[in-house]
Design a binder for this molecule. Structure first.
Ligand code: HEM
Length: 464
């Protein structure tokens, strides 16, 4: 949201169509279209998306200036129309209006979930979910080979299952994917469906008069699936409330407990939250924390499979630090500079939230050969993604910086390193490094259009 003063300062940009403005000029990959407009309009220009005035910032210098001088003016958010289903907008952190309610919800989540009081317990859960993924991979390969196939696994799906299950463990202390968990399976399906609808671009966000139209039924489907997801979470919450009533001592063990401490009778004022808000925040942790993390690891694997020499280099580094038998631990991350460079390069080239939460900057001029995957550019460089280096902002910066940054940092490194250290990866018949499809599917998050599949092989060193 812009103040009137800032609105008047809207910089010039490409002329748009009457009423619709530049909405249809953005195309299927808006972040790439914006990059192409830069030579003509400079690093800062304005766009009219229907009735919404937007400022695009595409240089490190302008982003630095923006965050240092105007972060406060731009720290409000506009909730996409799709997320008004079931009053989602009233509880959300990611799309919430800037103010005391947002601040309080964010504080509870970052303290309880991400700075985690029980640091060792959270580390154990991360380890467990990643180990489970390795087990599922082995089971899938065995099943595929049993069918006489070459043993390809759908890495995209297995990574998503891992990060989804991790959020379930951290926020609800529930293993949602444990076989036989009916609620878990239903919740997983409903979540997936909501994300499909949320990914669709929606003219109603930019042209309020069109918000009553629903030609392809997206809104109707969203209401239905969001309703299913919220109902399942609301049952989880009810169960916990009942458990707490019976418990003698109440100890905060996860995010749900922490949120429930702020509800209930006698709680009033800015410090209190409603039951519905608890449910929405829990759901949001799954939206914000699962696909973002899994997609980043998937892109990193795709880039490494395209460049076998880089794959070899990162595997050798891990092997040097852990030896062939020991598992990679989170405490190894600091000693794996090449792995860190691979992740930074992945987040530079494939930021999973490229545009749709505002304030993210892409800055090709800062980088030599910007479209090439070259982790080496980060070796010996102090550039990091914590929001202070404005040429690399995959998690945003300022007051609305990603709340899950430290969790994502650990899971992405440990997850990728464990995949690489557990198997030797091959592409299989009919595909070679040069032909891996790297197209994007753009929405709230940018995923690989074609989910990555690869064959995990017994490591050469184990086979010897
Ligand atoms: C690689 C993984 C991830 C990436 C690239 C990512 C990226 C982002 C970005 C770009 C934003 C907007 C920042 C801004 O406007 O300045 C954001 C916001 C947010 N992220 Fe993440 N994220 C990731 C993982 C996670 C995880 C694991 C969680 C939690 C479990 C999470 C929770 C959130 C929340 C709640 C917000 C909204 C913050 C606010 O508006 O106050 N994210 N993320």
């Amino acid at each position: 949201k812009q103040s009137r003063k800032l609105k008047n300062l809207q910089p010039p940009g490409p002329p748009g169509w009457p009423i619709l403005g530049n909405f249809f000029d953005l195309g299927a990959a808006p972040h790439q279209t914006l990059h192409k407009l830069k030579p003509k309009y400079g690093p800062v220009f304005g766009l009219k998306l229907g009735s919404v005035s937007t400022v695009v910032i595409q240089s490190a210098m302008a982003a630095s200036e923006f965050f240092k001088k105007h972060d406060h003016d731009f720290c409000d958010r506009k909730c996409p129309t799709m997320l008004t289903a079931h009053n989602y907008y009233q509880g959300t952190i990611a799309f919430g209006r800037y103010g005391k309610h947002w601040r309080m919800r964010r504080r509870i989540c970052s303290t309880e979930l991400l700075m985690n009081r029980q640091t060792n317990e959270a580390a154990r859960l991360r380890r467990k979910c990643i180990d489970d993924m390795i087990r599922y991979i082995k089971e899938d390969v065995a099943a595929a080979q049993g069918r006489g196939e070459e043993g390809k696994v759908n890495l995209a799906r297995l990574l998503f299952l891992m990060s989804f299950n991790l959020v379930g463990n951290l926020v609800l202390s529930r293993d949602l994917l444990k076989s036989g968990s009916k609620d878990g399976k239903e919740f997983f399906d409903a979540m997936n469906d909501v994300m499909v609808w949320a990914r669709k671009p929606n003219l109603a966000d930019f042209l309020p008069v069109s918000k009553w139209l629903d030609p392809s039924g997206i809104k109707r489907n969203m209401v239905r699936d969001m309703g299913r997801a919220l109902e399942i979470v609301s049952n989880f919450v009810k169960e916990r409330v009942d458990e707490l009533k019976l418990a003698e001592e109440q100890e905060t063990k996860d995010l749900l407990d922490a949120l429930l401490e702020h509800t209930g009778e006698g709680k009033q004022g800015p410090d209190s939250i409603s039951n519905q808000t608890v449910i929405i925040i829990i759901l949001e942790m799954f939206f914000a924390g699962s696909e973002t993390t899994s997609s980043t690891i998937e892109w990193a694997m795709a880039e490494l499979l395209r460049k076998p020499d880089l794959m070899k280099k990162v595997k050798e580094e891990i092997n040097r630090v852990t030896g062939p038998q020991r598992k990679v631990e989170e405490s190894d991350i600091d000693n794996l500079p090449y792995l860190q460079a691979v992740i930074k390069e992945t987040l530079r080239l494939h930021p999973v939230v490229p545009l749709l939460l505002p304030r993210n900057a892409i800055d090709p001029e800062t980088w030599e050969d910007p479209l090439a995957f070259k982790p080496e550019r980060f070796l010996g460089s102090k550039i990091d993604y914590k929001g202070q280096n404005f040429e690399l902002l995959p998690f945003g910066s300022g007051r609305r910086i990603c709340l899950g940054i430290s969790l994502a940092h650990k899971v992405v490194h440990l997850g990728l390193a464990t995949l690489l250290h557990s198997f030797d990866w091959e592409l299989g018949n009919n595909i070679c490094p040069e032909t891996i499809d790297m197209n994007e599917r753009v929405g709230i998050t940018t995923r690989k259009l074609i989910p990555l599949e690869a064959i995990p092989k017994k490591r050469v060193m184990d086979a010897r």
